[in-house]
Design a protein around this ligand. Structure first.
Ligand code: FES
Ligand code: FES
Length: 157
């Protein structure tokens, strides 16, 4: 049987204590054990950004972090960030600009965009593109996504 480790973390403000298999990654733990399926799994090796989460205030790839490494951490997922209203302006702009089609990339895009909004609220279009360079979208061609984020950063969102 796989080695399991006692782990305590906070997920969207709720304390979670579990014995977690040492090799389970964080996004699989959130999806499979906690039912938080808003974080998606695409490439599983740190390239596509579909699994983007916020851990202790910084965005991370949920497929590259082991769940046991989140011991003592504050993990925020798209569910928590949506429920709190923190993403409301970005979500509204994505909707208005048709910045999603299949939606697979959207949770990761929104979390990455929110990170930029916090770090560099006056980001230029080029800086928006650079910040999203680790988040792949196979549907939209990115134009509408950048438009939506630019709108919010310019205070219209
Ligand atoms: S699934 Fe994690 S970066 Fe692609
Ligand atoms: S909307 Fe389909 S991958 Fe981005």
């Amino acid at each position: 049987m796989e080695h399991e480790i006692d782990t305590a973390l906070t997920v969207n403000g709720v304390e979670v204590r579990r014995r977690i298999p040492a090799r389970q990654n964080l996004v699989d733990f959130l999806r499979d054990e906690l039912g938080l399926t808003g974080s998606h799994v695409g490439c599983e090796h740190g390239v596509c950004g579909a699994c983007t989460l916020r851990v202790n205030g910084a965005i991370v790839r949920g497929c590259l972090m082991l769940a046991v490494q989140a011991d003592g951490c504050n993990v925020e997922t798209i569910e928590g960030l949506s429920d709190s209203g923190e993403l409301a302006g970005l979500q509204k702009a994505f909707h208005a600009r048709n910045a999603l089609q299949c939606g697979f990339c959207t949770p990761g895009m929104l979390i990455a965009a929110r990170d930029l909004q916090i770090q560099n609220p006056k980001a230029t279009r080029d800086e928006i593109r650079a910040h999203l360079s680790g988040n792949y979208c196979r549907c939209t061609g990115y134009q509408a996504i950048v438009d939506a984020i630019e709108e919010v950063l310019n205070g219209k969102g």
